[in-house]
Unconditional design. Structure first.
Length: 81
């Protein structure tokens, strides 16, 4: 799902995400970092939402909305296929 030319580096509580061409650089918060790492591992949205719910104590429904919204933003930015 993640493009092969997308890389990241943890910096404190955030994740700096960039493409190999360096066209764009993104700073992603801790919950976004969890989503990115789980996508890279091939996890599906249900698994990601469950992890976010477990980590932050929010309902699965809220985590589904957050996960799907974030994934759509990644698509819009061209970071996932």
């Amino acid at each position: 799902m993640l493009r092969k030319d997308v890389f990241w580096q943890p910096v404190g509580d955030e994740l700096v995400v960039f493409t190999i061409t360096g066209d764009n650089v993104f700073s992603i918060n801790q919950s976004g970092s969890i989503v990115m790492q789980m996508l890279a591992e091939g996890q599906n949205t249900q698994q990601i939402s469950a992890k976010l719910s477990e980590t932050y104590g929010d309902s699965i429904e809220v985590c589904d909305q957050v996960t799907n919204s974030f994934i759509e933003k990644l698509r819009e930015e061209g970071l996932i296929e």
